[in-house]
Ligand binder design. Structure first.
Ligand SMILES: CC/C=C\C/C=C\C/C=C\C/C=C\CC/C=C/C(=O)SCCNC(=O)CCNC(=O)[C@H](O)C(C)(C)COP(=O)(O)OP(=O)(O)OC[C@H]1O[C@@H](n2cnc3c(N)ncnc32)[C@H](O)[C@@H]1OP(=O)(O)O
Ligand SMILES: Cc1cc2nc3c(=O)[nH]c(=O)nc-3n(C[C@H](O)[C@H](O)[C@H](O)COP(=O)(O)OP(=O)(O)OC[C@H]3O[C@@H](n4cnc5c(N)ncnc54)[C@H](O)[C@@H]3O)c2cc1C
Length: 615
């Protein structure tokens, strides 16, 4: 018999003014997609051996990793078996697009995540047809496990500064991979330390002493039978981190390690047997895997934020605290407008990021199709937009997940709430796949170029067109959606224009363009993510905003129920559908190994002699 649902949650669900299932269907892309997702989740989550006997927070660093590998093999086998052969690739992708199935199994991400998130996309985007056929067969059947090894101990942002070398030897038709310094060691790649046996390495190609830029190479670094590191390979784990502690991030050093010529992924640039280098139509095509992952991250943020606000809103409907009015009893903390302010922006942002992710994915698919036909025209715009949206969504999600955690008081600080782990996952995304400041400056670079083009009367791309609209200096402000958008456009235009004016001022004062750029870079970052609107407008917006909070309040639980996360996917004592938070907090607390005995051995070994002055 299922446990009794908390009365307050029952009341909330009765108060809801819209059809929750309809919103779930909309988010999934239709009722059939919801059915497919639920069927997939039913199948996979009923697999034996997927879950932890002991909560992983009570395992050692080594045990956590070994347990995660145990679960990963069960999980990925179950996923493969659960795939519906009658589904198209697109339907399959849709079924997992919103599903955070892996989050039910891995609280801190999977030791296989890089294989799926970057190794396979790198092969798809960087290998020529023959290479793709061979490596995709092995990688998609998990005969090999790969990662993406670009970052080094000494370089992450500045790709052109990477020190790993790949020197072509025409006599043997091989590349010699080498880490000339400690800072050249690959450092950070997920799965690299003990899990993967192949990786796509980004290395500086040299032919006859001449630099041919950063190129991708597929490299085996562990023996497929013994898993021992191959000769000339130094491997290890980089140590405990804020999060991602079951992703097995590692380091890898090459000592004159030789690989055959056909291991350079040659879709964009090629090296012929005699060492002739055939340049890529655009050297930045080599960066394509990162653009792809930045697009994926936007959707990932939407899902993770939805998970956090579901936990916090349900908890806020159950938790009663303090006194709003004398003798009126303790209210649900969700009735405090400050609590609504903290959480409802998170619900709205998750929906906004979901819609943005769909739009960006369509743009990515169109530009990628154009690239296949040799049309690179829209690549710069895709790069600029992907940089901006990855940076903005990861920054906002980190802030909103942390706000969800702190809105749950002390219980939000418990690992059993899962909010700290979700924060660890999302805040990492502010750094990986391009540190956010650096990416915002990439977007700013495009904005400045676009404004210069607009000022010289040239047509701009659709996403930059707001820079050429001659926005009147006194925009008639109204708080309609259109009015708010116009307000933001005016602010955005002003930010870019101000940053540009600042740079020109520095150049006139005698600074070179690079120093003028650096001096204006705070404004440039702000131009990529505009902030406030003028004073008078704020009052009007504030009234509208507070009115909106009241309208959302009766539907808040319905809005998070519509994300349709199972309890296993929320993995939280505070966010379960039945709202039995106190019973769950106690159940989880009793699983602590420290509760196995009333008196811990440290009393007799240390405390008692200390308290008796004998230590
Ligand atoms: C559980 C998780 C929960 C949610 C997340 C969900 C999904 C996430 C999926 C997976 C996550 C799992 C694990 C994470 C794994 C992480 C992996 C990594 O981090 S891989 C390494 C990532 N590293 C980077 O991103 C490095 C960033 N640096 C750069 O990209 C470049 O160095 C930089 C662009 C900053 C500068 O490049 P540079 O060559 O110096 O170019 P420059 O600035 O001089 O500009 C020249 C010219 O080139 C254009 N350009 C630059 N880059 C691109 C590009 N990618 N595409 C197209 N064009 C590009 C640039 O605009 C400029 O053009 P103009 O001259 O102005 O015309
Ligand atoms: C959880 C996690 C997983 C990761 N997984 C992988 C992986 O699987 N494979 C992989 O290859 N890498 C991976 N990385 C590495 C990641 O890509 C790098 O950390 C990231 O690119 C930033 O580089 P960095 O750490 O060297 O920092 P740096 O580039 O040294 O940046 C440090 C600071 O300097 C600032 N800075 C740098 N350049 C500029 C500039 N031009 N203008 C203004 N400010 C600047 C940055 O904004 C930042 O604040 C991972 C990182 C993390 C945290």
């Amino acid at each position: 018999m299922s446990a009794k649902v908390n009365d307050d949650l029952l009341t909330e669900r009765r108060k809801c003014e819209f059809n929750v299932e309809e919103l779930t269907n909309y988010l999934d892309g239709g009722a059939q997609a919801t059915q497919n997702r639920r069927k997939l989740e039913d199948k996979v989550l009923s697999t034996k051996g997927l879950f932890d006997e002991v909560p992983e927070e009570y395992l050692s660093h080594k045990e956590k990793y070994e347990n995660a590998v145990r679960k990963a093999v069960v999980y990925y086998k179950a996923m493969k078996e659960a795939e519906d052969p009658n589904q198209t690739e697109q339907e399959r992708a849709n079924a997992t697009y919103r599903s955070l199935l892996h989050a039910a199994v891995f609280k801190d991400n999977s030791p296989f995540s890089l294989h799926l998130a970057m190794f396979i996309p790198a092969i798809l985007g960087q290998a020529d047809e023959e290479q793709k056929k061979y490596w995709m067969k092995r990688a998609s059947k998990m005969e090999i496990i790969g990662t993406y090894a670009q970052t080094e101990l000494g370089h992450g942002t500045f790709i052109r500064g990477l020190e790993t070398t790949a020197t072509y030897d025409p006599k043997t038709e091989e590349f010699v991979l080498h880490s000339p310094t400690l800072t050249a060691y690959k450092w950070w790649p997920g799965s690299l330390a003990h899990t993967a046996n192949y990786c796509v390495v980004m290395a500086h190609l040299y032919i006859n002493g001449k630099s041919c830029g950063i190129q991708p190479f597929i490299v085996q670094f562990r023996d497929e039978e013994t898993h021992q590191p191959l000769p000339g390979i130094k491997l290890g784990e980089i140590g405990a981190k804020l999060g991602f502690n079951t992703v097995n991030n590692g380091f890898l050093g090459f000592d004159q390690h030789r690989i055959p010529r056909n291991r350079m992924l040659m879709k964009n640039a090629q090296v012929l047997k005699d060492g002739t280098f055939k340049r890529s139509p655009n050297s930045k095509l080599t960066y394509g895997t990162m653009v792809y992952v930045r697009v994926v991250i936007v959707n990932g943020m939407a899902n993770q934020l939805a998970r956090a606000v579901t936990i916090a809103v349900r908890y806020s409907a159950v938790r009663r605290q303090s006194e709003l009015k004398p003798d009126a009893g303790e209210p649900q903390i969700l009735d405090y407008v400050t609590q609504q302010h903290k959480l409802f922006i998170g619900i709205a942002s998750s929906h906004a990021f979901t819609l943005t992710a769909k739009w960006l994915t369509r743009m990515y698919q169109k530009v990628t199709a154009d690239l296949e036909k040799g049309n690179l025209d829209e690549l710069p715009e895709l790069h600029a937009i992907a940089c901006c949206l990855k940076a903005v969504t990861t920054t906002d999600t980190s802030v909103l997940v942390e706000r969800s955690r702190t809105s749950c008081g002390g219980h939000g600080y418990m690992l059993s709430s899962n909010l700290p782990q979700i924060y660890g996952l999302v805040t990492a995304a502010c750094t990986y796949e391009g540190e956010n400041t650096v990416l915002m400056l990439q977007t700013a670079r495009s904005l400045v170029k676009a404004l210069e083009q607009a000022q010289s009367g040239k047509r701009l791309s659709p996403t930059m067109s707001y820079l050429s609209e001659k926005v009147s200096s006194r925009l008639k402000w109204d708080n309609s959606i259109d009015g708010i958008v116009k307000g933001f456009r005016r602010v955005a235009y002003g930010k870019v224009e101000s940053a540009m004016r600042s740079m020109r001022k520095y150049v006139r004062s005698g600074l070179g363009p690079e120093d003028a750029w650096n001096m204006s870079s705070v404004q440039l970052v702000a131009a990529s993510e505009y902030t406030s609107i003028s004073e008078a407008d704020i009052r009007q917006l504030q009234d509208t905003y507070e009115d909106l909070l009241g309208k959302i309040r009766p539907n808040a639980v319905g809005l998070v129920d519509a994300f349709d996360f199972r309890d296993q996917i929320l993995n939280s004592t505070l966010g379960a559908y039945d709202g039995r938070v106190y019973e769950r907090l106690m159940e989880e607390a009793l699983k602590s190994p420290l509760n196995a005995e009333p008196v811990n051995q440290s009393f007799h070994k240390y405390l008692k002699p200390f308290m008796q002055g004998k230590l």
